[in-house]
Ligand binder design. Structure first.
Ligand code: FE2
Length: 376
């Protein structure tokens, strides 16, 4: 039985000043949100749940909200030239603008982070309609990317005030994507530690893992990576920077085509990767190719696993193990023409790591694609 509190509990030195409930949504600025929405429905099995645009009173943009289990994507296009959205798309191509975080108190999240040095993007704003209220506020992070805090505890509507039911949607079947596992940022050479410090000092995250160029190098190129996580572990941000190699690193290629730092990939969890990848492939999603020799000594490397290795091989799914268990993973090819944003499909079977044992095979695969593009 709980004792009634007669006085405030003493503040712990480890008190989380930025409690996060998870990833609220990812908003992408894209050239043609209407067609992108079709792609994410048809290829990835997201359901179109809400829409905002001229018909709902927005004069300058159209936004489509797609959902699959706990993952929400918002696709936004400008209706006019010379807007912030148009300039973003012109410079970066399609890409993630908002990495939005679900909080209980958006004003407190904004004030706590700004007090610790965050650059404000938007002061707290209350959005209201017949279904309740949502409070948003946002701060800048690497490149032109923004963290938006979303407080929705007093809201029962579809997504946010201003959004309506979509006028049309594709009947879709989920491919089993469940929630966002981690979101990776690529930053410029020498900037990784600056951004790791930002997450530590400004957002109260902790450094979880460091990968140096010895962990992540192929014959041609290298990168360095540090993973930061919030207090409860619901939000994890690996930050990559290029390292010296014989040829151009995949991170440099990204930065050249994205014209700066930005979100490289979004990893989404599935509880059945064989089913998910089978469906995604059937619907036309392209994945990186890893040579069949990868599977020759798989059992020696990762030990016994529940999945049939012949099936994993036919789907080109990779496996890695850490002290907690194993994981299965696979990277899509970039989801737009620029070699920038892609998705990772991951199934964690105990493992808490990021597939270090697969880095070499995956990065060699990325380099084969880079070479085909003439960028290696
Ligand atoms: Fe990843």
């Amino acid at each position: 039985m709980n004792q009634p509190l007669t006085h405030p509990a003493p503040a712990s030195v480890n008190e989380d000043f930025l409690p996060l409930l998870g990833t609220d949504h990812l908003e992408l600025y894209v050239g043609n949100a209407k067609q992108s929405a079709y792609y994410y429905q048809a290829a990835f099995g997201y359901e179109l749940i809400a829409y905002a645009g001229p018909e709902t009173g927005l004069k300058d943009r159209a936004s489509y909200v797609l959902q699959q289990n706990k993952i929400r994507l918002v696709l936004t296009s400008s209706l006019h030239p010379d807007t912030e959205i148009s300039r973003h798309v012109d410079k970066h191509g399609d890409g993630v603008k908002f990495l939005s975080l679900w909080v209980d108190d958006a004003q407190a999240a904004f004030e706590a982070t700004v007090a610790r040095g965050a650059r404000p993007h938007q002061a707290p704003q209350v959005h209201e309609d017949a279904h309740g209220r949502v409070v948003t506020a946002s701060i800048h992070t690497y490149g032109d990317t923004v963290h938006r805090f979303v407080e929705r505890k007093d809201y029962q509507g579809l997504f946010m005030p201003g959004y309506d039911r979509p006028r049309w949607k594709l009947p879709v079947e989920s491919v089993g994507l469940q929630y966002v596992d981690h979101c990776v940022g690529n930053v410029e050479l020498g900037a990784m530690n600056t951004w790791v410090e930002f997450y530590e000092k400004v957002m109260g995250f902790q450094l979880l893992i460091t990968f140096d160029d010895k962990d992540i190098s192929t014959e041609y190129s290298a990168l360095m990576s540090k993973v930061v996580s919030n207090g409860n572990g619901y939000v994890k941000f690996p930050i990559n920077e290029p390292a010296d190699g014989k040829k151009k690193s995949q991170i440099e290629e990204y930065i050249e085509f994205y014209q700066g730092a930005g979100v490289q990939h979004i990893a989404v969890e599935t509880y059945d990767i064989v089913h998910t990848v089978t469906e995604l492939r059937r619907r036309g999603v392209e994945f990186l190719y890893v040579p069949e020799t990868y599977y020759d000594d798989l059992t020696e490397r990762v030990g016994a696993i529940d999945e049939d290795i012949a099936i994993l091989k036919s789907l080109n799914i990779l496996v890695d193990r850490d002290e907690h268990g194993y994981l299965l993973q696979l990277f899509t090819k970039p989801v737009q023409d620029r070699p920038t944003l892609f998705f990772e499909i991951i199934q964690r079977r105990g493992a808490k790591s990021f597939g270090k044992g697969n880095f070499k095979a995956l990065f060699e695969s990325i380099e084969r694609e880079q070479a085909l593009r003439g960028n290696l």
